[in-house]
Design a protein around this ligand. Structure first.
Ligand SMILES: CC(C)(COP(=O)(O)OP(=O)(O)OC[C@H]1O[C@@H](n2cnc3c(N)ncnc32)[C@H](O)[C@@H]1OP(=O)(O)O)[C@@H](O)C(=O)NCCC(=O)NCCS
Length: 159
């Protein structure tokens, strides 16, 4: 498996995998991904098995650079590659980026998505709130989750 930052030419493959993984929950189109990849404050990483996209994940930085916060935009692993550590490896890369700038990270996840919630909790996310009907057109509820900035997590460990 090879990891690299995603760019414009990857948008069709990412949108195809997104459509497979998020049907019913407003999957992003290739145009949306192309626009996201071009933004200066986003980081999208892909995992490739040979030439084939096996997984992808995206992070956005919000706020000022000296006190930023981050949002996990998306993370997905192709069904035949799931359950082998790839989702964790992709998420680790996003979180490493957020930790370098000592920012908290936020995300939304379907309340019935046990694998994703398990993954997020295992790296320090906790639930802030439930957002009713967040996903459209499915109408599924979401949890808003947060992971504290690195300096706060380390402070908690020392107490
Ligand atoms: C969520 C997702 C990205 C996880 O990727 P993955 O490569 O399958 O996950 P990993 O093999 O790295 O597993 C990481 C952790 O996730 C959790 N997990 C994974 N599969 C799980 C399952 N079936 N049930 C419960 N927890 C699970 C575990 O905590 C696991 O850690 P462990 O192996 O140390 O126990 C993947 O299932 C996926 O793409 N799902 C569809 C898209 C999606 O829902 N994305 C998240 C949107 S918020």
């Amino acid at each position: 498996m090879r990891f690299r930052e995603l760019s414009l030419g990857d948008a069709p493959a990412v949108a195809d995998l997104e459509a497979e993984l998020f049907a019913g929950d407003g999957p992003w189109s290739r145009d949306v991904f192309a626009a996201e990849f071009a933004k200066p404050h986003t980081f999208y990483v892909g995992a490739f098995d040979g030439g084939e996209l096996a997984g992808y994940a995206g992070l956005a930085m919000l706020g000022p650079r000296d006190d930023p916060e981050f949002e996990v935009h998306t993370i997905g692993v192709a069904p035949r590659h799931q359950g082998r550590g790839l989702g964790r490896a992709l998420l680790d890369q996003l979180l490493h980026t957020a930790d370098l700038l000592d920012g908290p990270v936020f995300l939304e996840v379907r309340t019935d998505n046990a694998p994703a919630i398990g993954l997020y909790e295992s790296v320090g996310f906790f639930t802030l709130a439930t957002r009713k009907g967040y996903y459209q057109p499915s109408g599924a509820d979401a949890y808003s989750m947060m992971r504290r900035r690195k300096s706060e997590r380390e402070g908690e460990q020392r107490q």
